[in-house]
Design a protein around this ligand. Structure first.
Ligand code: NAD
Length: 250
């Protein structure tokens, strides 16, 4: 098991890609403190993992509140005694053309994506230094490609990539690795979008060289596992695309 004896924090860990990561990490031996605002999904996943013989604890916390970062770190330490892996996965956003983008839209995207990522990295730094840990942050091809209607989301995602590279450089000597994952996966939101706009969805899948949308559990979570585990111990400051080959970084 690749994460035997390790403790991980996963934000947005009760739904979509976060839920897949929580499942896969616990199967690989990690104890996971997963954070979400959905009580129903959180408790259901906690039961599911306990029934499967894994160890995960659900914490209902809204990561957009600044005080949440230290509360999340303290909850992980209180439950499991250490922190080896931090996965900053949750991120909410609104779409609109740039000319119609409001301050509120930027606040939502930076307030749920960029700032919680930074605050959790800062809050967990002492524990990650002690464990020689790994941080996995989430970005998006929306940012890398500048996807129309995604101004606030794209900006926050590129800000996450920027701060991840700074932390990778500053914290390498402390033994902390920081990498970024850009997924494309059939989460609940993406499936609803596929149903609502089948033609747009088909056009977008046609552009994926591997010709399908990824599965959160079998296509995305294993890449997060790779970045979290010692298998990637010589990698830091990198962005990995798990998007069926759509975007090739040089
Ligand atoms: N799904 C994709 O194809 C795709 C593409 C590019 C990037 N991403 C990125 O991957 C990550 C996961 O995406 P997803 O599709 O699984 O998202 P999702 O919306 O399906 O799930 C996000 C989870 O985060 C939780 N959450 C939302 N706001 C929260 C808050 N304030 N505090 C705590 N929890 C909160 C939600 O309840 C949900 O369980 C995100 O960073 C997203 O931007 C996803």
């Amino acid at each position: 098991m690749r994460l035997e004896g390790k403790v991980a924090i996963v934000t947005g860990g009760a739904g979509g890609i976060g839920r897949a990561i929580t499942r896969v990490f616990t199967r690989e031996g990690a104890k996971v403190l997963f954070v979400d605002i959905s009580d129903e999904n959180g408790h259901a996943l906690e039961r599911e993992i306990a029934d499967a013989g894994g160890t995960a604890k659900f914490l209902n916390a809204d990561i957009s509140k600044q005080e949440a970062a230290e509360a999340i770190r303290d909850a992980a330490v209180a439950a499991f005694g250490r922190i080896d892996v931090l996965v900053n996965n949750a991120h909410a956003s609104r779409q609109a053309p740039l000319l119609e983008h409001t301050q509120e839209m930027f606040d939502i995207s930076f307030g749920t994506g960029f700032y919680p990522t930074v605050h959790l990295m800062q809050a967990c730094y002492p524990q990650l230094k002690e464990s020689q840990g790994s941080i996995v942050n989430f970005a998006s091809s929306s940012g890398l490609e500048g996807m129309p209607t995604q101004a606030s989301y794209a900006a926050a995602k590129e800000a996450i990539r920027g701060v991840s590279r700074v932390a990778a450089n500053e914290w390498a000597a402390d033994g902390i690795r920081v990498n970024v994952l850009c997924p494309f996966a059939a989460t609940e939101g993406v499936v609803a979008w596929q149903k609502a706009f089948p033609e747009r969805a088909a056009a977008s899948i046609a552009k994926v060289p591997l010709q399908r949308i990824g599965d959160p559990e079998t296509d995305i979570a294993p890449v997060a596992l790779f970045l979290a585990s010692d298998d990637s111990k010589y990698m830091t400051g990198q962005t990995l695309m798990a998007d069926g080959g759509s975007l090739k970084l040089r």
